[in-house]
Design a protein around this ligand. Structure first.
Ligand SMILES: [Zn+2]
Length: 248
């Protein structure tokens, strides 16, 4: 499926409706088929409604009303992130999770800002992409910042989810995200860890960075590239955010 950015929407209303229908049909087929691999990046037409996947979705259209949340899909453009042993690089896997998460959060009433919504480097190819992510986040007055990544380790047997934080507020957010993601993906809980990462240290709101799983592990790399697993990952982050905001 061709990747479309919202900013590239140049098609007519009529064909847009047709494309939306085709995308919904395709996502339906992919959603019930399996095994899947490399389903490609979604377009904006995929996200008119909350995704109808996940076994234990608790949709409440008001649970995040008034909240502003920044989603930060790692890497992008010339920076693929981790390539690993799976069919897709990190930058593609995490962008799709970000799009899914955006849809869920908006359905729950939140306002969402993405630091990138396509395959490009935030701030442009010449900019410091980490600085650009922070600048975007800090210009929004957001209540939470969630960075989404895939991990790598030289030990290819290693699997599991790790969430990083810098500030005490980030620790509370990160703990909720870690619970949400490991609960949904059934991944090994590798813990909530302090890290001096630029995007965690310099963002003005509670911030956490989720490493969903390892692209250095064959099984996890395959899963991380499948459409259904990406939606489950987004669902886990969504549950984590709902838990976080219900406790502050
Ligand atoms: Zn990364």
């Amino acid at each position: 499926m061709a990747h479309m950015r919202p900013r590239e929407k140049t098609i007519t209303l009529q064909s847009n409706a047709l494309v939306t229908l085709l995308l919904l049909l395709l996502s339906f087929i992919l959603g019930i088929g399996g095994p899947e691999s490399g389903a490609g990046l979604p377009g904006p037409g995929d996200y008119d409604k909350a995704p109808a996947s996940g076994d234990n979705l608790r949709w409440d259209p008001n649970s995040l009303r008034g909240k502003i949340i920044v989603i930060d899909p790692g890497h992008g453009g010339a920076n693929p992130g981790t390539r690993g042993v799976g069919p897709q690089p990190e930058k593609d896997n995490v962008l799709t999770v970000g799009w899914d998460l955006k849809s869920m959060l908006e359905y729950a009433g939140a306002k969402v800002i993405m630091t990138r919504d396509g395959d490009y480097s935030p701030g442009g190819p010449q900019a410091d992409q980490l600085e650009a992510r922070v600048r975007i986040a800090n210009s929004t007055g957001a209540h939470a910042f969630v960075s989404i990544h895939n991990d790598w380790n030289k030990n290819s047997a290693l699997t599991g989810t790790t969430t990083y934080f810098f500030s005490p507020d980030g620790h509370r957010l990160g703990s909720s995200l870690q619970r949400g993601v490991t609960g949904e993906l059934r991944t090994k809980d590798l813990g909530v860890r302090w890290a001096n990462y630029y995007v965690l240290k310099n963002t003005a709101m509670p911030a956490a960075l989720v490493e969903l799983g390892f692209l250095s592990n064959k099984q996890e790399a395959r899963l991380l590239s499948t459409r259904s697993y990406q939606t489950k990952a987004a669902t886990g982050i969504y549950h984590g955010l709902v838990e976080y905001f219900s406790n502050i």
